[in-house]
Structures are given as structure tokens and as C-alpha cells.
Design a protein around this ligand. Structure first.
Ligand code: BG6
Length: 516
């Protein structure tokens, strides 16, 4: 479309909401949030402090109510004590005591045996009581519980009519969402028997990170990169999720899960989805999720031979982390001494569609690596004709680095002329630094996700077909590795950059990993 000066105008997506108010100024009605697992680790570390922040900032309406449900016998007053402690310990900023007390008055506790009918009768009664005192407008069931408890909770809620009704209940489900495609499908079937897809919020906290959402803003808010964003200009893409921590006392969970289920199936797939998806026709939940699903479905299925050649597994041995001697994975608590569980993954994926045919996506992630860094590096092809420098000079490829954490930056590596008489190319960086530009820290991921759940915006939550498509990608790797135990574990030292085969994976293609 042309304007009257003959310049091209952009067309608005018909899904764009035209609205004068800032997108931040959202004021919803009061809700009841039931947290199953309300006294557990996630509740204390994340959910209660986040709900408190939203309450302080008036994004969670003042008359809302939080009902913690847990196995432990506790009075409302005792639970409020736990809430106070968790806010003091994990709340982001020092806050006024009065505010904590006001929040605590909106908190109660329900002793819950999730397999007993009586629990749901009580729950119903409590919700009815709360609703009769205020003008409650919504109900959120937050399942911060191990996967085995999801089924009895959903069935219990259903029997008491808590999946439907005028409060339009929503259900939030934490990861891990199943342990393979079959179990994820069963879980979806169970949930969708009683809830509609539009009521289900499957959490992947990576999607709540500002810098992850920024991938979409960077791609679809600028016109200069999208024409280059394809097989013609991009040589390969690297995705790194490196952690310097170990398994942090989660031996029981981790030894059964391993790195592929813990990080690749969800966080890394989501990053790949955002980098590789086609522009959606609007920024609405299903339009965005449709495009991601297409990416996952286009990932080339992997045979055992391919996995043996292009997927690398590792497990850390003893070494140094953050200047301290640390034990190997097999010596961690609740891990078996001959464990075959991988704590490191590196692999090469292909997305078989027109945009990405034959562009390798290299992925690596691991525990107890040298540094904590999550980043995406898009490496562009070399110029078609070499004009500059001498044959021995290295012309670094243009790289676009999207740093997700700990630094929150975007940088574009370009070649310029090195000062002086020669014709020597020199690589420099153009940089955008989130903290410097905005002078604020980016907000915790859970804040954004809980707010979106209150608003009813599903864009940053995984849909059932999306979760299953992600399992489809990784299932063959998990089963190959479970059926053929590694003979060389442990094969990297804590504090290193992972097993040497990971570097070899890149060398074989004449490429190299960015430094961790
Ligand atoms: C979780 C994994 O989903 O993500 C953990 O279960 C991992 O093992 C964590 O440490 C990493 O999250 P972040 O936000 O620190 O990168």
C-alpha cells in the first residue's frame, strides 16, 4: 500500500488491538488462586513472592485471595507465617511490613490430600465462602505438584464442578509435562477431558524472560533482518544454554529425567521455535503457537545412526565450580553410582522447510559448565567474493548474538577496516544492552507469566500439540541413549566446556562454537 507521498506504508494486522491505554495498564477483577503445592519449594521461592509483587503493583486485584493447598497440617495463621518468611527471603526488594500484612490477610491454607474427595468438598466450601465476602471474578488452579498428582487433582476438581462455572477457572501446569510423547499425550487427554484448551496454561518459564520475547520483537519489529533470515544468508545457528550449577539437590528428579527432558525438550525447543518460525499473521496466542508447531514438525526426524554421529552426551565428573572443588554427578545425593543420566547435550538439528533447508542448528546445554550463559548466535555466510585482506587474514563471519542471560544484550559482529596503511579487516561489535538502554532490570519470568494468566493471554504458554511435537523431536534421542548406556561417563570435568566430542561435532562442519 502507498501513502500520498508514494512511500510504502505498513499494513496493520487485523489481529492488532487498537487501544489508547498502555498495554501495561491492566486492571482485572479479584480472583482466587489455589496453589496445589502451596507450601512447596516452587510456591515459596517463586509463586508467593511473584503474587505479592503483582498485588503490590495492583495487577492482582486487592480483593483477590490465595489459597495454599498442601499435605502438611497447618492452620491459616501458620501458613501466613510461611508466606511472610518466603516474602522476606525471596521477595525482590525490601518492602514495607504493612504491605506484607495486608497481603497475608488475603492468604489462607487448606490441608489437602489430593486423592481424597473430602479435599475437594472443603475446597469448594472455601471458594464459596471467599466469593460470598467479595466480588470474586475468576479462579486459577495452580498445579505446583509432581506429575503423578496431576491426575487425581484434575479428577477431584471435575467431580466438584471446579473445572467450569461462572468463575471461568484456569489451570496452570508446571513442567515437566510428561516424560515422553506418550505420557504427554495422556496428560493432555486427561486435562482436556475436563478443561478447554483455552483454560490451560502450560508453563515454560523461558517464555516469560524478556530477552526471549525480544527475539520476536527483534525479528518482527525490524524490516532489515527478515530478508536475510533464511538459508540464502545464514550459515548456521548456535543455541547455548550453559549452566555452572549442578543439580542443586534435585537428584531424584534429575536422575530420572536427564538433560534432554529437563532442558532440550522445552527451553531449547522454544528458543529454536522463536528463531525459526514464520512471521505469524498476528500476535495472538494461537497464531504464534501455530507457527511454532510448524517448526517443531519440520525438524528432521533422527535415526539411531544419526544420533550416534551427531548427538553428543556427557556427564560431569568432579572438578571446580565458581572457585570451589565440587563432586561429580554420580556422587551427588540421590543419584546412582553408575548412573547413565546425561547432564550435557550437544547436537545438530535440521529444520526441513523452505526457509531453513540444510541450515544446521547446533544446540548445546549442560550442568556444571565453565559459566552460566544462554545465548543464540546466528552466523551469516561469508561474502561471495573475497576482496579484502590477505589470504592468511581471517574474515570473521557476521554474527548476530542474542544474549539471554546473564547479560541481556544483542550484538552484531561486523568487519571494518583496521586503522593503518594495510587492507586489514577487523571485527567489531554493534551492541544493544538491555540494562543500559532501559536503565531497569528485566522482570522475573514468573511475573510476566502469572500476569498473562490473570489476563487470559495464552501466547507465552505451550499448547497441547506444541508440547507433543517437541517430545516427538527428542524422544528418539532419549530412547537411544537409555537403551545404549554410555561407556565413557563421566566424560567432562565440572567447570569445563563439556566433552571434547562437542567441539568435534562443530569441527566436522568446519565451524566452531562461540566461547562459553
Ligand atoms: C529448569 C530446569 O527448567 O530450568 C533446571 O529444571 C534449570 O534444571 C533451570 O537449572 C534453568 O533456568 P534458568 O532460568 O536459570 O536458565
Amino acid at each position: 500500500m502507498k501513502d500520498d507521498k508514494g512511500q510504502s506504508e505498513s499494513v496493520e494486522s487485523r489481529h492488532l488491538r487498537s487501544c489508547e491505554a498502555s498495554l501495561d495498564e491492566w486492571k482485572g477483577g479479584p480472583v482466587v488462586v489455589v496453589i496445589f503445592g502451596g507450601a512447596g519449594d516452587l510456591g515459596k521461592r517463586m509463586l508467593l513472592p511473584t503474587l505479592f509483587t503483582l498485588y503490590r503493583e495492583k495487577k492482582l486485584a486487592a480483593d483477590s485471595y490465595i489459597l495454599g493447598a498442601g499435605r502438611r497440617a497447618m492452620s491459616d495463621e501458620q501458613y501466613r507465617g510461611l508466606v511472610r518468611q518466603s516474602l522476606e527471603r525471596f521477595g525482590a526488594e525490601a518492602v514495607e511490613r504493612g504491605e506484607i500484612e495486608r497481603f497475608c490477610r488475603r492468604v489462607a491454607y487448606l490441608e489437602a490430600d489430593v486423592r481424597s474427595d473430602e479435599t475437594y468438598t472443603q475446597l469448594c466450601r472455601r471458594i464459596a465462602q471467599i466469593s460470598s465476602q467479595g466480588r470474586i471474578k475468576g479462579l486459577i488452579h495452580y498445579l505446583a505438584v509432581p506429575p503423578s498428582l496431576i491426575e487425581p487433582i484434575i479428577e477431584g476438581l471435575f467431580v466438584r464442578g471446579l473445572c467450569t462455572g461462572s468463575l471461568e477457572p484456569k489451570v496452570v501446569v508446571e513442567k515437566p509435562f510428561g516424560s515422553d510423547k506418550a505420557s504427554a499425550s495422556r496428560l493432555n487427554e486427561l486435562i482436556l477431558k475436563h478443561f478447554k484448551e483455552s483454560q490451560v496454561y502450560r508453563i515454560d518459564h523461558y517464555l516469560g524472560k524478556e530477552t526471549v520475547q525480544n527475539i520476536l520483537f527483534f525479528r518482527f519489529g525490524n524490516s532489515i533482518f527478515e530478508p536475510l533470515w533464511n538459508r540464502r544468508y545464514i550459515d548456521h545457528v548456535q543455541i547455548t544454554v550453559a549452566e555452572d550449577i549442578g543439580i542443586e539437590g534435585r537428584g531424584e528428579f534429575y536422575d530420572a529425567a536427564g538433560v534432554v527432558r529437563d532442558i532440550v525438550q522445552n527451553h531449547i525447543m522454544q528458543l529454536m521455535g522463536f528463531v525459526a518460525m514464520e512471521p505469524p499473521s498476528g500476535f495472538e496466542a494461537n497464531l504464534v503457537r501455530d507457527e511454532k508447531v510448524k517448526v517443531f514438525r519440520a525438524i528432521r526426524p533422527m535415526s539411531d545412526e544419526y544420533i550416534d554421529e551427531f548427538m553428543v552426551r556427557g556427564q560431569y565428573g568432579a572438578g571446580m565450580a565458581r572457585g570451589e572443588a565440587v563432586c561429580g554427578y554420580r556422587e551427588e545425593e540421590k543419584v546412582t553410582s553408575d548412573s547413565n543420566t546425561p547432564t550435557f547435550f550437544a547436537g545438530r538439528f535440521y529444520i526441513d522447510n523452505w526457509r531453513w533447508a540444510n541450515v544446521p542448528f547446533y544446540v548445546r546445554t549442560g550442568k556444571r559448565l565453565s559459566r552460566r550463559v544462554t545465548e543464540i548466535c546466528v552466523v551469516f555466510k561469508q561474502p561471495p567474493l573475497r576482496l579484502l585482506g590477505r589470504t592468511c587474514d581471517i574474515i570473521e563471519p557476521n554474527c548476530l548474538v542474542l544474549s539471554i542471560q546473564p547479560s541481556e544484550e544483542m550484538s552484531l559482529q561486523l568487519n571494518v577496516k583496521k586503522p593503518g596503511g594495510g587492507n586489514e579487516p577487523y571485527a567489531i561489535n554493534m551492541n544493544f544492552d538491555y540494562a543500559k538502554s532501559f536503565e531497569v532490570k528485566s522482570r522475573p519470568a514468573y511475573e510476566r507469566l502469572l500476569l498473562d494468566c490473570l489476563k487470559g493471554d495464552l501466547t507465552l504458554f505451550a499448547r497441547s500439540d506444541e508440547v507433543e511435537a517437541m517430545w516427538d523431536v527428542v524422544d528418539p534421542v532419549v530412547s537411544r541413549w537409555e537403551s545404549a548406556p554410555a561407556r565413557d561417563f563421566p566424560n567432562y570435568d565440572a567447570g569445563s566446556d563439556g566433552p571434547k566430542e562437542s567441539a568435534a561435532l562443530m569441527d566436522a562442519g568446519g565451524r566452531k562454537w562461540r566461547r562459553i
